[in-house]
Design a protein around this ligand. Structure first.
Ligand code: G6P
Length: 751
């Protein structure tokens, strides 16, 4: 309704401008040029007319008057002059002698006019004098008698008729111009209206893929199709180049992100939805403590949210969460210095079991990861998943201050949420980011609710994955299971009357890193850690930081450590591998069993090589983890399958000394970016063992070279760029949507 009104007013404004402008120009021209010109011309014409009349009168009077003047016949002269002035225009006549004395005059002769050579005063070129009684035309002609000049005749014509005539002419000219102005304006409006309609039709047709603009004609003929295709490709290239230029030229930091929000998405509210909350309030012996969870998602999104403000909606999972929120279940975070709102959603144990443990983590998680764990699909879990997605959708609607907020939906817990939000807030910009891999169509096809899940995701304006490969998998999956129109070139899906852009946005971490410039030197931290572990100063350290999850390749990593020590016995007793493994989803059988296996393998290796594996299977806060990164010689990231893996980037960011080596699984998204890491196949134990050894023995200059290059990449491709690129794309989509709304096309424009 609203957009119809705005469309109408926009167009009527256009039309009225087209009407008013020519009219205004015509009137201005009239006032400043035409009327004065008409006045001047009229005066000239009438003066010339009076000049002719004057010379006619003077030549008629010449002979009789000259004779009478010589005879000084005053009475007859006056009668003659009086008779001559019966012409309505000739106001007065006077006769001067050669000494400029007025000898005779008619009764109406103006006293301001004399016979002096300088007189009549102030005559213009047109012989006009302005007298109080009105303008007069004055001409003096010599009087001759027998070839001698005996004086002069002064003829005074009344010119007030000129003003009357001028006023009449002016009136007619004004009427003529107004009529002309109106006619021209109407013609302009008419022509503009036709061409506006034609242009719009053309644009609409082209975007529908029908053809190029042809006002007053049917959609393009076939011979124009290649041109249309070319034009559309050109438009896409331009768009891609613009994106690339934006990417390259912008230095991404919190300020740049804020600027983007204010400039491109002015006034729009940002809402984040994730299952895991960024700050967890937990009851402890010493009172309530705040935990920051081990979650790549939280690590990445939290700094973005601090830059953007807004509201983050998440499951309140901490034991002291309820006690720390206000009446509306909100709490300002970070707790020390609140910068945005955390809105908590409550789940019963049953709901959490079905939605989070069940469908999300026993179904979706193994479905999307190639870790050879069978997904479990239970209908009861699926019901809970739907129900909780709806609960979060309701919360989004409640938190939204406008009907078009920017909603950032995070991860596989909320595949149904985009569509649910779209149904309630059709104008919202919904950016869904999938933090884990997307499987190939065959793998995904085993999910009993595959269609509904895909439809749910296609409620998004933009759907983001870490890598182009995951995007490709997704497009192929949709192609396989839904009736859609997919444009592979522009990576867009048209489904259910709406377009979704599928794009890759590799996630990252904040830069500068959180503790930059505030930490003790690496050597000091290393010495402290070694002391805490009771190890000698020259002991070599490896580090792994993960959740206790079967996708992380922890068992393969430990096997590589064991193999490395077998192959390089000189390092036995001189090297330890520290594994920080945050407890995760441990109520699930698969996770519980995995944890047991990790413990058993640790024990077995340590029996062979005492102190080789130091397992810290407990939660560590980010600052503690950072100390271990800084103290270690090698960091091992050996995931069997991982969307991105931010541990790799965190390690690089922590090493401001440009030392340390990263061993990185080729099955992580990070391996696409961090080429200077030692990239391995974690299933290949010998290869991984060799990379570990290479890392421990790598010359300092090589470490520096590799680390410097990786740090430059993470610095540049930081998390603000990740968010910025998505928001920029969203802003562009929004602009197109607004244009589409204005010209009345379908959301097909959104691509
Ligand atoms: C992965 C997921 C995140 C999740 C994190 C921690 O990184 O992509 O969505 O938050 O694991 O898992 P948890 O189940 O503890 O939230």
């Amino acid at each position: 309704m609203n957009h119809h009104r705005s469309k109408f007013s926009f167009r009527s404004l256009h039309l009225s401008l087209r009407f008013v402008i020519p009219l205004a120009i015509a009137l201005a021209l009239l006032a400043y040029a035409v009327v004065p010109l008409v006045d001047r011309l009229a005066l000239k014409w009438f003066s010339r007319d009076l000049d002719i009349r004057s010379s006619l009168v003077s030549s008629t009077l010449q002979d009789p008057l000259a004779e009478l003047v010589v005879l000084k016949e005053r009475t007859r002269i006056t009668a003659l002059l009086q008779k001559a002035t019966q012409d309505e225009r000739l106001l007065a006549l006077g006769v001067c002698d050669n000494d400029s004395k007025l000898l005779y005059r008619t009764s109406a002769f103006p006293k301001q006019i004399s016979c002096s050579p300088e007189q009549p005063v102030a005559t213009t070129n047109d012989h006009m004098i302005k007298l109080p009684q009105g303008p007069v035309h004055v001409v003096r002609t010599p009087l001759h008698f027998e070839n001698a000049e005996i004086g002069s005749l002064v003829l005074v014509h009344d010119m007030s008729f000129v003003e009357r005539r001028s006023a009449d002419t002016r009136k007619y000219v004004i009427i003529l111009f107004v009529v002309l102005g109106v006619v021209i304006s109407l013609i302009t409006v008419f022509v503009a209206h036709l061409s506006w309609r034609g242009w719009m039709e053309g644009v609409r047709a082209m975007m529908r893929g029908e053809g190029i603009l042809r006002p007053f004609s049917k959609p393009t003929s076939e011979e124009l199709q290649p041109l249309v295709v070319e034009m559309r490709a050109m438009m896409r290239n331009l768009e891609a180049e613009r994106r690339h230029a934006d990417d390259m030229t912008t230095v991404w930091n919190p300020a740049a992100l804020r600027r983007l929000l204010n400039k491109q998405l002015a006034g729009d509210q940002v809402l984040v939805v994730s299952n895991r909350e960024p700050y967890i309030h937990v009851k402890a012996d010493q009172g309530t403590v705040v935990h920051r969870p081990a979650s790549g998602l939280v690590t990445a999104v939290e700094p973005v949210m601090r830059a953007c403000s807004g509201t983050w909606i998440a499951h309140g999972s901490g034991s002291a969460d309820r006690e720390t929120v206000d009446r509306d279940d909100r709490v300002g975070v970070p707790p020390q210095k609140p910068e945005y709102n955390l809105r908590r959603i409550w789940l019963t144990a049953e709901e959490e079991q079905g939605y989070y443990y069940g469908f999300a983590n026993e179904g979706f998680w193994p479905l999307c990861h190639n870790a050879h764990v069978r997904p479990i699909f239970r209908s009861s879990d699926w019901q809970q998943y739907r129900k909780i997605n709806q609960r979060f959708a309701d919360a989004v609607v409640k938190e939204a201050r406008t009907d078009d907020p920017v909603v950032l939906v995070q991860d596989y817990h909320f595949a149904l949420l985009p569509k649910m939000i779209r149904q309630r807030l059709p104008k919202a910009t919904i950016i869904t980011f999938w933090h884990i891999p997307w499987p190939n169509p065959e793998s995904f096809g085993i999910c009993p609710w595959r269609e509904e899940l895909l439809q749910g995701m296609l409620g998004s304006t933009i759907l983001g994955f870490h890598t182009p490969f995951h995007c490709k998998n997704f497009l192929e999956t949709v192609d396989r299971y839904l009736e859609t129109r997919i444009e592979h070139e522009s990576s867009t899906i048209f489904h259910g009357g709406q377009l979704t852009m599928v794009e890759n946005y590799p996630i990252s971490i904040q830069w500068p890193p959180e503790w930059q410039g505030t930490l003790p030197p690496v050597e000091q931290t290393r010495a402290e850690i070694l002391a805490e572990l009771g190890l000698p100063d020259d002991h070599l350290l490896g580090i792994g930081v993960d959740r206790m999850d079967y996708t992380k390749g922890i068992l393969e990593r430990f096997s590589a450590v064991e193999r490395m020590l077998e192959q390089h016995p000189e390092l036995v007793g001189r090297f330890s591998f520290i594994q920080i493994a945050a407890p995760s989803r441990s109520v699930l059988e698969e996770y519980h069993a995995f944890e047991q296996r990790v413990h058993r393998l640790t024990e077995r290796i340590n029996q062979r090589f005492p102190g080789a594996v130091i397992l810290k299977a407990e939660h560590h806060e980010p600052d503690q983890v950072n100390r271990y990164y800084r103290a270690s010689d090698v960091c091992m990231v050996t995931s069997l399958h991982d969307g991105m893996n931010l541990v790799a980037k965190e390690f690089v960011a922590a090493r401001d000394d440009e030392r340390g080596v990263l061993v990185l699984s080729q099955f992580t998204g990070a391996a696409n970016e961090l080429h200077e890491a030692l990239v391995v196949n974690p299933y290949h134990v010998e290869q991984t063992a060799e990379a570990l050894y290479q890392g421990l023995t790598m010359p300092e200059y090589e470490q520096r070279e590799r680390m410097r290059s990786m740090r430059a990449l993470v610095q540049d491709f930081n998390v603000y760029r990740w968010a910025g690129r998505m928001l920029l794309d969203a802003a562009r989509v929004r602009q197109r949507e607004k244009l589409a709304a204005r010209i009345g096309t379908s959301p097909v424009f959104r691509g």
